[in-house]
Design a protein. Structure first.
Lengths: 245, 256
């Protein structure tokens, strides 16, 4: 029953987020600040993880090809498919649920605990629009992060293949090009865009409606990470079913 | 003037406010006192519109809050100032930005006009060198003064303070009390303060409302509170030996 109540409250929250907009001059500054915090601030960890996981995918694929009849370009092919279809959009989003999601929940939750949200409401500010809307707009740039993750994942796989002696550069590049379906990139970006909305709103929900003190802020961050991850995985399944089958 | 008529508020089936009626007059500092859990904060937040009472009405200068349109409620909110118990300053903003926030949000003043107003109110609360400090870099007393500056920057008609003295040393607490009373007189504001502080009750309580278990148990002035024989009030206000003696001395002086 509590789950249904939370789902209902989440959609009511979304309604409030898009009503009674904050003054544009204020909103513009908030959006730039959120882009800096949520997008630019995440680039380092996303680049690091993408590069090395791309390398690991290439190595694992190469090590599991023992049959000499299987062409070597398969390493590049498997890396490309893994990175574009799942690793960059889904795996990075789960990491972002931990990094960005817990940041959002704890920052909004702390504002709740210290009555800063009440202060906004007393002044006549629509606190949900003021706090959540800039995050949604900022995270709409999230597909650019994923583009970089895709690029670095493939570069990581390419370098690991060459310098690990698993494949030649020519073979790897041939694998990258073979059977390329441009729609897979569209599919990845559709997923990413939906995930960006989930990443902005679910952690905000858990931060905004939390009750209690500092300990509860920590608990809300954990709960927010769990539910953001669960929703991302479920939406991933639904979008895959709808777009790829 | 704020008029409260029979407001009731419950949470999870537990009735916190059980029908409170009172009036807070313009230009006067009114205090709401009572033990922890007596419903003071819920009462104050109901006046602010943060909680919606299930029954009863609140009138702001004759206008019933629940009958106002959303736009009218929004406008009324800009006429309210609130000093929260923990100051509730925005951590990511400097003192100056905190005070300027309502001006940026609700007025179309130029930056220099807003800065002039911020300088004026910060000077009014005796803070002149803290403009560029962040709340974390200031003391509790300074934070309270910044919160008061932010609350009065829009020239509010109504000022609400939730335990403005909590966590402050006695000297700073008196400074804050006097500042609130001066501002109330100066700008003819309707001021309502939630407090536990008996010094505030004695010093600035032009009207005192005593809450007990969600009911209004007593109301009067800071002179009348010395004379009252209401057991709930005397138990609460004169629970310490010091205040018992203060009362005795006061009543003796009155007889003489």
């Amino acid at each position: 029953m509590i789950y249904l109540e939370n789902i209902g409250r989440y959609f009511l929250m979304l309604k409030s987020v898009f009503s009674k907009m904050t003054k544009w001059s204020m909103l513009r500054n908030l959006i730039f600040k959120e882009i800096d915090d949520l997008i630019v601030g995440s680039m380092g960890i996303v680049c690091f993880i993408s590069f090395f996981v791309g390398g690991v995918v290439a190595i694992q694929t190469a090590l599991n090809i023992s049959n000499p009849l299987i062409p070597k370009y398969l390493v590049g092919f498997a890396t490309r498919q893994s990175v574009i279809l799942e690793f960059a959009p889904t795996f990075i989003s789960i990491i972002m649920a931990g990094k960005v999601g817990s940041f959002i929940t704890s920052s909004i939750g702390t504002m709740r605990v210290t009555e800063q949200i009440d202060a906004l409401e007393v002044m006549g500010v629509n606190s949900l629009n003021y706090l959540v809307f800039p995050k949604i707009v900022a995270l709409s740039l999230y597909p650019f992060v994923i583009t970089i993750a895709m690029f670095l994942g493939i570069v990581g796989g390419w370098l690991a293949s060459i310098y690990g002696g698993f494949s030649t550069s020519a073979d790897f590049v041939q694998g990258l090009q073979i059977d390329f379906i441009p729609f897979h990139v569209t599919y990845a970006f559709v997923k990413t865009f939906v995930f960006s909305f989930v990443l902005a709103t679910i952690p905000s929900f858990y931060g905004y409606y939390m009750k209690g003190g500092a300990l509860e802020v920590g608990k809300a961050s954990t709960t927010s990470f769990v539910w953001t991850s669960v929703v991302i995985i479920l939406i991933n399944y639904i979008i895959t079913q709808l777009l790829l089958t | 003037m704020i008029e409260v008529k029979n407001i009731k508020k419950s949470f999870d089936g537990v009735e916190i406010l059980k029908g409170i009626s009172t009036t807070f007059e313009k230009g006067k500092t009114s205090l709401v006192i009572g033990q922890s859990g007596s419903g003071k904060t819920v009462f104050l937040k109901s006046l602010l519109g943060l909680f919606t009472p299930e029954e009863g009405s609140i009138f702001f200068d004759g206008k019933e809050y629940k009958k106002l349109s959303t736009a009218e409620k929004r406008h009324l909110r800009t006429e309210m100032g609130m000093v929260f118990q923990g100051s509730a300053l925005f951590d990511s903003m400097t003192v100056s930005e905190n005070v300027m926030f309502p001006l940026r949000m609700f007025t179309n003043q130029s930056v220099s006009e807003m800065q002039d107003r911020v300088d004026f109110v910060l000077k009014r609360v005796n803070l002149v060198d803290a403009h560029h400090k962040f709340p974390a870099e200031t003391s509790g007393g300074m934070q309270k003064r910044v919160a008061i500056a932010r609350a009065i920057v829009m020239n509010p008609k109504y000022l609400f303070c939730d335990e403005p003295n909590s966590g402050l040393d006695p000297k700073t607490a008196i400074v804050i009390d006097n500042l609130i009373q001066e501002i109330t007189d100066e700008y003819n504001i309707t001021t309502i303060i939630n407090t536990h502080d008996m010094n505030s009750v004695m010093e600035i309580g032009e009207k005192i409302v005593f809450l007990k278990n969600g009911y209004k148990a007593w109301e009067g002035t800071n002179k009348e509170i010395f004379k009252t024989d209401n057991e709930s009030v005397t138990d609460f206000v004169y629970s310490s030996d010091l205040f018992k003696k203060v009362r005795e001395v006061y009543l003796r002086e009155l007889e003489d």
